[in-house]
Design a protein around this ligand. Structure first.
Ligand SMILES: Cc1cc2nc3c(=O)[nH]c(=O)nc-3n(C[C@H](O)[C@H](O)[C@H](O)COP(=O)(O)OP(=O)(O)OC[C@H]3O[C@@H](n4cnc5c(N)ncnc54)[C@H](O)[C@@H]3O)c2cc1C
Length: 334
């Protein structure tokens, strides 16, 4: 009997704890559009229980605030507009987040584990004097998170005792929150004086008609086996038939075949598409760390002992220079 009462009390305490959480998600966007990883971060925040608010800081970001107000699970959208937020510099956004935190006292602050979140949240955590938890892949409870270590070879469960939990979210580990059906309120927050220690001058973004690597449903990646940058044309032709993005191994990037924004892996991008086709890639653990959560993995390699076949759902032991054009031709006939 005593044990039963204890369990009931524990359950009530747990549910109260869940309800008392309040999470701030820092939205990543272009002033025009929300970056997809924010939707994954919102899903992660929703798993903590309690209210989810989003902070949109930009120069002219009303459209993004509007978009966010319709996202399911978001209760409040906090909007901060100022010329200083051009380029989302962490030096300028951090004081804003600290001021917002002082006003609302969130229990959790998070963002996607993209270049944006990775450069911003450690700074916020340092200023709050708490240790951040980076790149989480699961949430066990409001203070316990799972993240990968040793290039994804081991999972580490981290209990965070900090007063405010600051963390980044691996986008591929959480579904995107639905972009319709929400009805969040919107509120302007006051903006602290600009710091002015750094200035955003501009950016040169790769232009491509193909889908973005981290959000594509199909990814075709090439490795050192392609032998040259010119030979990547074989993969572009195949990708175009499948509306796929094209990625690469680090060896292909280091050899100068393709630019480094195409690199998949531990020190590149993390992808988890419906279909990942690895062509001329051996399957080093550092590469697997970036793609092994893909739903279906196809490997094309002439070496039947290549480690990539250990994670592949379908393997083709063949010369890629013969197999890939054949696949492209077959798809063209469809
Ligand atoms: C700290 C650290 C971080 C790293 N981060 C990353 C990372 O983010 N991403 C990453 O990819 N790597 C990373 N690496 C490098 C990684 O260890 C491997 O060196 C790299 O992934 C190998 O690339 P590859 O498979 O293209 O080349 P290789 O290992 O050389 O494999 C080439 C493959 O192509 C096959 N092949 C050759 N010719 C043909 C043909 N004609 N037809 C079919 N198959 C053919 C071969 O059989 C072989 O299996 C990292 C390494 C370190 C130390």
């Amino acid at each position: 009997m005593f044990k039963i009462i204890n369990k009931q009390i524990l359950r009530q305490v747990a549910s109260l704890l869940h309800r008392s959480q309040s999470t701030l998600v820092i939205a990543e966007h272009t002033n025009e559009k929300l970056t997809p990883i924010t939707l994954n971060a919102i899903t992660a925040a929703s798993k903590l229980g309690g209210e989810v608010s989003c902070l949109v800081a930009g120069t002219d970001c009303a459209k993004v605030a509007e978009e966010l107000s319709k996202v399911q699970g978001v209760k409040k959208v906090l909007v901060a507009q100022h010329a200083a937020y051009k380029g989302s510099l962490p030096e300028e956004l951090t004081p804003l987040i600290l001021a917002t935190q002082q006003q609302f006292s969130f229990t959790h602050i998070c963002a996607g584990a993209s270049a944006f979140g990775k450069s911003l949240l450690p700074r916020v955590a340092a200023k709050l004097d708490v240790a951040p938890v980076s790149d989480i892949i699961a949430i066990k409870s409001p203070d316990t998170f799972v993240r990968t270590i040793y290039a994804g070879n081991a999972l580490c469960t981290v209990k965070c005792n900090e007063k405010v939990k600051v963390f980044t979210v691996r986008g591929t580990s959480f579904e995107a929150a639905l972009t319709t059906g929400g009805s969040a309120t919107s509120e302007q927050v006051s903006t602290p004086a600009p710091v002015g220690m750094s200035e955003w001058l501009g950016q040169n973004l790769t232009k491509s008609d193909r889908p973005e690597l981290t959000s594509a449903k199909v990814v075709v990646s090439g490795g050192r086996g392609l032998k040259s940058g010119d030979n990547f044309k074989l993969l572009y032709d195949l990708a175009d038939q499948m509306h796929a993005a094209v990625g690469a191994s680090r060896a292909a990037v280091d050899a100068g075949f393709v630019p480094n924004d195409m690199q998949v892996g531990q020190t590149g991008k993390i992808v988890a598409p419906e279909l990942y086709i690895a062509v001329g890639i051996s399957g080093a653990i550092q590469h697997l760390a970036g793609m092994k959560d893909s739903k279906t993995i196809v490997a094309i390699n002439k070496d039947p002992e290549a480690p990539i076949f250990q994670v592949a759902d379908y393997g083709l032991v063949a010369d890629l220079f013969k197999a890939v054009p054949e696949m492209t031709e077959l798809l063209k006939k469809k």
